[in-house]
Design a protein around this ligand. Structure first.
Ligand code: NAP
Length: 279
């Protein structure tokens, strides 16, 4: 039976460290959280991030905007936050309503306040191996592998999904740590042939039951990034846990795996930004 990687416990540690660091700064670090519209999932995520801030001694400034906010209005707010000395990090919760261009909005965030690490400047820095911030979800995964002393060097790593937020940066970080990485996506032919070769398998697709036990090599490390709802409305990942767990050596549960680590790594990025601004 696989060892279950305890994302909750690890995240608590990362947050404790962030709180200690925050206490040493001359000014309380600040995060601006911008939510446009009333997407229920986004509201839950944003509330969670604000709770994490409170726990870590980080001030959060919430901006709830109506769904009909224009791009000009949103960009104006982002520019004001860029200039606000109380604000170290700016988080614009995605997805944005359809009439707003996410790329335009992300690109308007000052790179030194881009604590999600979505701005092309920070993505570029990360890819060349000289990061200011690390993207929260892939950074959380790396931290989990390290905490459980799972070696990456020379290992066959397979990442399912190629989004800018998870799949691509995940592959970049694994490559930097000397993994041999394959990325699979919706156009991949015979994905199971790739997954069966993986020593470390990271799934970030968003389809419950996509990854089944027969697609997993005996002893593989399975990191399930996805957050889906099963037929009963219960939170689950991409892996069919019942068939994958017996084959894996380590596995992340959903919930309680990557999710909490993502949030903890955001706190760490806010601390990094605050240190930059207070230097
Ligand atoms: P996304 O932007 O929708 O990307 C999904 C990726 O999966 C795409 O690259 C897509 O391929 C690929 N894909 C779709 N169907 C596939 C299939 N049948 N076989 C193989 N690949 C397939 O999603 P995302 O933002 O990366 O998020 C992925 C999942 O992670 C979601 O469940 C999301 O909720 C979760 N997530 C969790 C956290 C966390 O903290 N735990 C953070 C972020 C995201 P194409 O590129 O070809 O379309």
């Amino acid at each position: 039976m696989a060892v279950r990687i305890d994302g909750k416990a690890l995240a608590a540690k990362v947050k404790r460290r962030a709180a200690e660091e925050a206490g040493k700064l001359s000014r309380k670090p600040g995060l601006a959280v911008v939510l446009v519209g009333e997407d229920p999932a986004s509201q839950v995520y944003v509330a969670g991030k604000e709770r994490d801030c409170a726990e870590c001694g980080i001030e959060s400034f919430g901006y709830r905007l109506p769904a009909e906010t224009t791009e000009a209005e949103l960009l104006d707010l982002v520019r004001r936050l860029n200039e606000d000395p109380r604000v170290d990090g700016i988080l614009v919760q995605l997805p944005l309503p359809g009439h707003l261009n996410e790329e335009t909005v992300i690109n308007a965030i000052a790179p030194d306040k881009d604590v999600d690490c979505f701005h092309p400047f920070n993505v570029g820095r990360m890819v060349i191996g000289d990061p200011v911030f690390l993207p929260c979800t892939p950074a959380g995964v790396m931290e989990m592998l390290d905490a459980y002393q799972i070696s990456i060097r020379g290992k066959r790593c397979v990442v399912l999904g190629r989004s800018n937020i998870v799949g691509k940066p995940m592959a970049a970080l694994l490559t930097q740590r000397d993994g041999t990485v394959t990325i699979c996506h919706s156009r991949t032919e015979d994905m199971a042939r790739c997954t069966r070769e993986a020593d470390i398998l990271v799934s970030a697709v968003g389809r419950a039951g996509l990854l089944t036990g027969d697609m997993v090599k005996e002893g593989a490390v399975v990191i399930d990034v996805a957050m889906n709802r099963d037929g009963n409305g219960k939170l689950c990942g991409d892996a069919d846990f019942a068939s994958v767990e017996p084959r894996a050596s380590y596995i992340t549960p959903v919930p309680g795996g990557v999710g909490p680590m993502t949030r903890a790594c955001l706190m760490r990025n806010i601390l990094t930004a605050a240190r930059l601004h207070q230097a």
